[in-house]
Design a protein around this ligand. Structure first.
Ligand SMILES: Cc1cc2nc3c(=O)[nH]c(=O)nc-3n(C[C@H](O)[C@H](O)[C@H](O)COP(=O)(O)OP(=O)(O)OC[C@H]3O[C@@H](n4cnc5c(N)ncnc54)[C@H](O)[C@@H]3O)c2cc1C
Ligand SMILES: NC(=O)c1ccc[n+]([C@@H]2O[C@H](COP(=O)([O-])OP(=O)(O)OC[C@H]3O[C@@H](n4cnc5c(N)ncnc54)[C@H](O)[C@@H]3O)[C@@H](O)[C@H]2O)c1
Length: 514
């Protein structure tokens, strides 16, 4: 991150400054998921240490969810105003001010200074921040190695260790990729979300959430964008009809999308003069490549072998309480029971912030309940919901919003995943723009498509996808229905007010024949 002068390892919070190295809880990694644990467990009365290698707040806060949505929100706001006569005239022909967008994003991430976040989260909670790379060194013990130093400092936990080290980007094995200058010629999510300029021609590998969201932003602020994906459609985990709407919108904004494509070689003719050769012989000349082909958990060089856990670099396997089963051979009788937990991207179960936080709530409940059971006189305050110590598997896919234009929100099964899971289902589709008065009052020419996946026989809702402007606002009610296994005969009695876009529910009920 040198190109923007971002210091990932600011000074302070050095382990040598600790007067006591024994804590009740040690959380390794301090992203949004860990921050939740810090709050819940310290409020319950436990002494918590937070071991963080880079900026306190994690990738989500500085290089992923937060800055990417900060970049995308102005596009949505401008489009919303332009879709409404009266507001449209106030804007005239004015377009996005990209420098102002970058400035707003910089403010939102406190220009990558983590002191404000430390002052908001860690300090008021009394959490001890320890800056450095954490490794497991044995049962209930962690070493911390400050950045750029060799010495390791040992910390011990009385109750539990929570691993929340997140994930990092994959690198596709394309010849020539290692010759590119990191941060200037080859970007990862950190560069794309922290950039303060628009590349002349951005070539994106991968059309998942990162690739499509960044294609949306950079194409709208004056960049030429090519999106290369090995899939037959973009956004392979979404309903293909919704993905196709987003693809057409990207194409309408000038993005050149190569489906079922494979880059076989990258050559450099000079600084930021890159040529990508495709398997079909086509060549694409660009200035920057964004690598967005998925992520892997950060379990490398993590000391898991010290507790006989195999699979360095792989997702950590957890049980329903988010506990990592530690072989009984490594823990003495006195240490029997769960003490190691893994939450968030590091277990790869649902690599999004909200799923990580959900998992963390369960893990904290399990830690607190087990502690109270094993030591009834422990001076802790159990939250009311501490008895909820087991997570429930997502029905089909996890709830997620892809912040493209239009955006896609979804929960549960797609038609394809439901069929692959052996469910007998039918799709109920609705064209929102044509049907729902709330949609045409909201703005002119609003795209909108929705699908419910309904199980035949039980008539339960097992999946829902919405593709429209601000689709994010629709998914939560569908999440409740899918989670609770609500049948359509009950959903008939859920009445969305007129004239809201939320009335899509009523029109889907109609389309389902109810
Ligand atoms: C561009 C982009 C946009 C995204 N947008 C969204 C979105 O809109 N909504 C959403 O829900 N999800 C989004 N995600 C996914 C989301 O960022 C992750 O699911 C989330 O960050 C996971 O949180 P976490 O706390 O598990 O890990 P992280 O946020 O990755 O934090 C983990 C921290 O642990 C630290 N660490 C790692 N190893 C060690 C170690 N050994 N010792 C000490 N510290 C260590 C790292 O420095 C890191 O800061 C996005 C991802 C990307 C890449
Ligand atoms: N709004 C959100 O919730 C949000 C936003 C961004 C990222 N995320 C999360 O971050 C994670 C990473 O996202 P991502 O988009 O990097 O990964 P992803 O796994 O979602 O998508 C990767 C894409 O790369 C393609 N691909 C793989 N190898 C390729 C190759 N060699 N050449 C071309 N294409 C290739 C795949 O077909 C797929 O389209 C995901 O878990 C995602 O859910 C979430």
């Amino acid at each position: 991150m040198a190109s923007r002068g971002i210091n990932l390892h600011p000074p302070g919070y050095h382990p040598s400054s600790l007067t006591n190295t024994n804590f009740d809880i040690i959380v390794v990694g301090a992203g949004p998921v860990a921050n939740f644990a810090e709050e819940r467990l310290s409020k319950a009365g436990l002494k918590v240490a937070s071991v963080q290698y880079e900026l306190y707040g994690g990738d989500c806060h500085y290089f992923a969810c937060v800055p990417s949505k900060a970049l995308l929100r102005p596009l949505e706001a401008l489009d919303a105003a332009k879709a409404v006569g009266g507001a449209r005239e106030a804007i005239g022909s004015n377009d996005l001010d990209v420098q102002a967008i970058f400035q707003r994003r910089d403010n939102i991430v406190s220009t990558w200074d983590d002191e404000p976040w430390i002052a908001t989260v860690a300090k008021p909670l009394g959490v001890t921040l320890v800056r450095g790379f954490g490794r497991i060194t044995g049962v209930k013990s962690v070493s911390v190695q400050p950045y750029g130093e060799n010495e390791r400092y040992n910390l011990t936990a009385n109750v539990a260790i929570i691993i929340a080290t997140g994930s990092t980007h994959n690198v596709p094995p394309i010849p020539g990729i290692d010759q590119l200058e990191a941060g200037k010629e080859i970007w990862i999510n950190r560069d794309a979300t922290a950039a303060n300029y628009v590349p002349e021609h951005l070539i994106i590998f991968g059309s998942g959430a990162v690739g499509t969201e960044m294609a949306t932003f950079y194409s709208r602020v004056g960049g030429k964008v090519t999106l290369i994906t090995n899939g037959s459609e973009i956004l392979p985990r979404s309903e293909p009809e919704a993905a196709a709407i987003v693809r057409k919108s990207l194409e309408a904004h000038g993005v050149d999308i190569k489906l079922s494509a494979k880059a076989t070689k990258i050559e450099k003719e000079g600084p930021n003069k890159l040529t990508v050769t495709m398997a079909n012989g086509e060549t694409i000349k660009g200035s920057v490549i964004l690598n967005a082909v998925g992520r892997k958990p950060r379990t490398f060089d993590f000391g898991l072998d010290t507790i006989s856990i195999q699979g360095e670099g792989a997702p950590l396997k957890v049980d329903a309480s988010m506990a990592v089963p530690v072989p009984s051979t490594v823990q003495g009788q006195s240490e029997a029971g769960n003490w190691l937990y893994a939450v968030g991207d590091v277990n790869a179960i649902g690599p999004t912030t909200h799923m990580g936080v959900y998992q963390c709530r369960i893990a904290c409940n399990a830690i607190l309940s087990n502690l109270k059971k094993s030591n009834p006189s422990a001076k802790i305050t159990l939250p009311r919901g501490a008895f909820i110590t087991e997570s429930k598997e997502a029905v089909g896919g996890i709830p997620q919003v892809i912040f493209t234009e239009p955006s896609i929100s979804a929960v549960g099964h797609t038609l394809a995943t439901a069929k692959a899971a052996g469910l007998k289902v039918r799709a109920v589709d609705c064209n929102m723009s044509a049907a729902v008065p709330g949609a045409w009052l909201y703005g002119d020419g609003q795209p909108g498509w929705a699908r419910w996946v309904v199980e035949e026989g039980t008539e339960k809702l097992v999946g829902a996808t919405y593709c429209c402007v601000e689709a994010s606002e629709f998914v939560n009610s569908a999440s409740v229905a899918v989670r609770m296994g609500l049948p359509l005969k009950e959903l008939v009695h859920v009445v969305p007010p007129f004239p809201t876009r939320g009335e899509i529910l009523r029109y889907l009920i109609d389309a389902a024949g109810y």
